[in-house]
Write a protein that binds this ligand. Structure first.
Ligand SMILES: [Fe+2]
Ligand SMILES: [Fe+2]
Length: 143
């Protein structure tokens, strides 16, 4: 029997306190683990491309959710937070293009880039941008 390896294990401490956002963050972590697995198992470029595509689209959808929440509640750091999403998307597209051209080791580079970004922007630091947003939303009564 093969056990699936988990690359980034969901931890309750990752929660920022807003249900829809936390739910979407879990989905991003699931996709990341799927990606890690596909890379290690040497899946085809087609399979990896599918997962990268899903990751890209889901991240975009997730950012829209957060941005709408921030706008609806006049979040004071809205512009700065949105800019972080824009920069991530920009960098992700650049890396995906290099990957599509067949540049060596790009799958792993992408995996690392996404993991590190998620840890920094979302989970890793007690004062991450998503956590700050979550605290503000909780103060507005959003759970
Ligand atoms: Fe987020
Ligand atoms: Fe965010």
């Amino acid at each position: 029997m093969t056990t699936k390896k988990v690359y980034l294990e969901w931890d309750e401490s990752f929660n920022c306190g807003v249900e829809i956002v936390d739910w979407q963050h879990r989905r991003l972590v699931d996709l990341l683990n799927l990606l890690g697995d596909a890379i290690v198992q040497g899946r085809s470029a087609g399979v990896l491309g599918e997962i990268f595509g899903e990751m890209y689209h889901y991240a975009g959808y997730h950012f829209k959710t957060e941005e709408k929440l921030m706008q609806d509640h006049d979040y004071p750091d809205y512009e700065a937070h949105k800019e972080i999403h824009v920069l991530f998307t920009h960098d992700l597209i650049k890396l995906l293009k290099r990957d599509a051209k067949g540049e060596a080791e790009m799958d792993r580079t992408l995996f690392r880039f996404i993991t590190e970004w998620l840890l920094k922007h979302t989970f890793g630091e007690t004062d991450s941008a998503d956590r700050r947003m979550g605290r503000f939303m909780n103060e507005c009564g959003v759970r």
